[in-house]
Design a protein around this ligand. Structure first.
Ligand code: SF4
Length: 81
């Protein structure tokens, strides 16, 4: 195997590895989005740019609303779009 083929093989393996990593990330995101609203950040604040009945708006003006939705029930019917 010459140097160029080796590099091509390494490149192909790297691409395959990246593809596997992103596939795993995508699968995990799909699974989590089935029970956790994708607009809820890690601090349980709402990042949505639309109304939702689960938004606690009793926060200082420069803060994101608090999400009071339960992760045990479907969040989508609360959206007001
Ligand atoms: S308030 Fe509604 S839109 Fe915002 S994170 Fe919670 S469930 Fe999602």
């Amino acid at each position: 195997m010459d140097k160029n083929n080796f590099s091509r093989d390494q490149y192909a393996r790297s691409l395959k590895r990246l593809e596997d990593i992103f596939r795993d990330i995508s699968h995990s995101a799909d699974e989590v989005s089935k029970w956790r609203c994708p607009y809820k950040n890690v601090q349980d604040r709402c990042t949505a740019k639309f109304g939702c009945r689960n938004q606690d708006r009793n926060v200082p003006i420069d803060e994101l609303y608090v999400c009071i939705g339960s992760d045990d029930i479907d969040y989508r019917p609360a959206w007001q779009v």
